[in-house]
Design a protein around this ligand. Structure first.
Ligand code: KG4
Ligand code: ZN
Length: 350
């Protein structure tokens, strides 16, 4: 079965074709970074309008990609939620219309299930059970995955998502949007010992997280060191280093706890913040050297939003035939707010 996947939940228009026999055939992305950069964050109305401009040409290019041999997909999967309502509506309406025109099934996919399954697109894919750390611009959570489709949220951020904290901190340091890549870039030249930031909510039991305090800590540190309202490049780098170090340490302290609490040996990290090199290096040391387990993540391009993860998650659900073709998923019923725990379990374990 060949599934066309469409992602349009936020500021990336993504499309991909997944073939259940051959794997991922092709994927394409239209990034909106330059569109939102002047505003220092995503402007929902602009995002939706740009998805309208980008999506059909992207799908057309995919269908004409040589890996697809001009074939019509056997099904369409689109991101149904969570995400920005206007942006979701574009992918949902285009996906449902294409499927209707082609006379093939259509399925609405949970964006975070897409992120969670993205490591399974890589060679040497992990097998459940495992713990998943999902860290994106909209969500930060630890999920126990007993089987694909069986998700139990162990803990989540009580305020800003980790990616959101990166974006807001970058903005206050006058670093460009998106904040994750620009903070890690600045941190390369940072002094590792000049500033020490707290590791929020690690001094008490539990797996919930909080990142808005770190953003405030960065703000007060920046204010204390600004000269005539401006930070010098070295101080910006030092704050970026301390912030990144604190976020990655905090996430991994919670991951360690989640692995010990559940008894699982495997951790997967997915979502945009999963592209962070420092997080990946520390996770490898924690999981492989300290805990004797393993950590998996998608290639960096599939940590951030993409169509491949939606095509793959759509295929998993179509294959298991749980909610495929229900009236609800055939229509334009987007779900801007939608918990992973509401998903129906699947009967596959690959
Ligand atoms: O998963 P994603 O593409 O979109 C959402 O579903 O939200 O995640 C985007 C988030 C942004 O907040 C961005 O700053 C962050 O992921 N991000 C990173 C890195 N690359 C992207 N954060 C830290 N380090 C990175 N290298
Ligand atoms: Zn995402």
């Amino acid at each position: 079965m060949r599934v066309l996947g469409i992602e349009s939940s936020c500021d990336d228009t993504g499309a991909a074709i997944y073939d259940s026999d051959k794997g991922l055939l092709c994927h394409k992305l239209a990034s909106q970074i330059s569109l939102h950069q002047p505003y220092g964050g995503v402007v929902p109305e602009l995002a939706a309008r740009d998805h309208i401009r980008s999506l059909l040409p992207l799908v057309n290019a995919l269908l004409q990609d040589e890996s697809n041999h001009g074939q019509q997909p056997d099904a369409v999967a689109y991101t149904q939620g969570p995400g920005l309502a206007g942006a979701l509506l574009v992918g949902a309406s285009v996906g449902a219309s294409l499927a209707y025109g082609w006379g093939v099934p259509v399925i609405g996919v949970h964006h975070m299930e897409g992120h969670l399954l993205a490591p399974l697109l890589e060679p040497n894919a992990p097998k459940p059970p495992f713990v998943a750390l999902l860290v994106s611009g909209g969500h930060s959570m630890l999920v126990e995955v007993q089987a694909i489709g069986e998700y139990h949220i162990l803990g989540a951020s009580l305020d800003d998502a980790a990616g959101e904290a990166f974006d807001k901190t970058a903005k206050l340091l006058s670093l460009p949007y998106p904040g994750g890549p620009s903070i890690s870039q600045a941190a390369i030249n940072g002094d590792p010992i000049r500033f020490q930031f707290p590791r929020p909510m690690t001094d008490r039991p539990g797996l919930d997280m909080s990142f808005s305090g770190l953003k405030t800590f960065a703000l007060t540190t920046a204010q204390a060191h600004a000269v005539e309202g401006k930070l010098d490049t070295q101080t910006t780098a030092d704050i970026a280093y301390a912030f990144q170090d604190a976020v990655t340490d905090t996430l991994l302290i919670k991951c360690k706890r989640a692995l010990q609490q559940t008894g699982h040996k495997t951790l997967i990290i997915a979502g945009g913040v999963g592209a962070n090199q420092q997080l990946r290096q520390k996770a490898k040391i924690l999981c492989e050297e300290e805990l004797g387990g393993q950590v998996y993540y998608p290639r960096p391009a599939f940590c951030t939003d993409n169509g491949a993860m939606i095509a793959y998650a759509g295929w998993c659900r179509l294959h298991a035939q749980t909610d495929a073709l229900s009236n609800e998923s055939r229509g334009f019923n987007i779900k801007p707010r939608w918990s992973l725990e509401e998903l129906a379990p699947l009967n596959i374990t690959n």
